[in-house]
Design a protein around this ligand. Structure first.
Ligand code: ATP
Length: 312
């Protein structure tokens, strides 16, 4: 089985019991989330192995996250625990159309304790791909150094790198994000980005221009209910989304990334990767919660019509 590594925060998520502004929501359901953890769950459900590098609080919520990740079959041997900083939490607001808004309580984040010297040189030894997300880069300043160290380790070992900018303007400014991402782009093989995000980050530059300046093998643009487009140096491929009723689109991008990386590492051609990735994104958007809808391989195959579904 292929193995991926990713690094980032995880949080306890409080999902609202009803839609609308948070101040009118009287109760919440507790779940677990965080872009990088969602990604790790996504690849694990697709029969790959995921090494999740992180630091969580040594508290009740930290224990919940740790057990949850372990239950999903994620390799948690690189998850540190700190008694000094509480595990991060966030509350989610969901609008009628399924769009979400997040309110974070993660400053400081336990990642403050995961410094560069705590990253073992051997961490990527048995890994086939490194996935970095912009959320991680935004959460603490030293995370940038840690990520650059991991990127250098991956490059030294010829391990492909995927990057999702996952722009969170609640965590930093667009100028800061642009400056940091500039350091990352030249090293990556896959850029998995949302369409609006691409426009914000690159201010009117074309995909081709971006691709050529940083020598990125594939730029994958996610377009919500419009599906996605993949650009290589010479070609582009466009695929429609699957038609679903969107309930909660948070996490759809992470699901897409996981399925895209899965099919990339397993040698599928680009149209097939898009089909699987659009399928995984749609399945998450159709279910409340950030990772509850992440499909197992067989569920994904059934949803996209490769396998017949027998209900009873
Ligand atoms: P986020 O980071 O908030 O998860 P994103 O911008 O990375 O979002 P989206 O474009 O919103 O990602 O969604 C990723 C993929 O999920 C889309 O490319 C599409 O395949 C699928 N998807 C998302 N929303 C829908 C929808 N309403 N209907 C069908 N498919 C959807």
């Amino acid at each position: 089985n292929k193995r991926i590594a990713t690094i980032g925060d995880a949080m306890v998520v409080f999902n609202p019991s009803k839609t609308g502004p948070l101040r009118f929501v009287p109760s919440f359901e507790r779940a677990v989330g965080g872009a990088e953890l969602n990604f790790a769950i996504g690849v694990t459900r697709l029969d790959m192995e995921a090494k999740w590098i992180s630091c969580i609080g040594d508290d009740e919520f930290g224990k919940l996250i740790y057990n949850f990740a372990r239950g999903e079959g994620i390799d948690v041997s690189y998850v540190l625990r700190t008694p000094h900083i509480p595990t991060s939490i966030y509350f989610k607001e969901i609008r009628e159309d399924g769009a979400g808004k997040s309110f974070y309580y993660r400053n400081p984040s336990p990642l403050l304790e995961l410094t560069e010297d705590r990253i073992d040189e051997s961490v990527l030894d048995d890994v086939d791909l490194l996935h970095i997300s912009g959320v991680y880069l935004a959460v603490c300043e030293h995370n940038i150094q840690v990520a650059l160290k991991l990127i250098a380790l991956a490059q030294a070992k010829n391990i492909p790198i995927s990057f999702d900018p996952n722009l969170r303007l609640k965590l930093w400014t667009i100028e800061d994000a642009r400056a940091v991402y500039e350091k990352v782009y030249p090293s990556i093989n896959l850029l998995l980005t949302g369409q609006d995000e691409f426009e914000l980050l690159f201010e009117g530059r074309t995909v081709k221009d971006v691709q050529e300046s940083y020598k990125i093998d594939e730029i994958i643009v996610k377009k919500g209910e419009q599906g996605a487009t993949v650009y290589t140096a010479t070609e582009h491929y466009d695929r429609e989304a699957f038609s679903i009723r969107a309930i909660d689109t948070v996490g759809a991008g992470d699901a897409f990334d996981a399925a895209y990386v899965y099919s990339y590492l397993n040698g599928y051609d680009i149209p097939e990767r898009l089909r699987l990735a659009n399928g995984a994104g749609a399945l998450v958007a159709a279910i409340k919660g950030d990772n509850e809808g992440l499909p197992f391989l067989q569920e994904l195959r059934q949803f996209i019509g490769d396998e017949k579904l027998i209900e009873r």
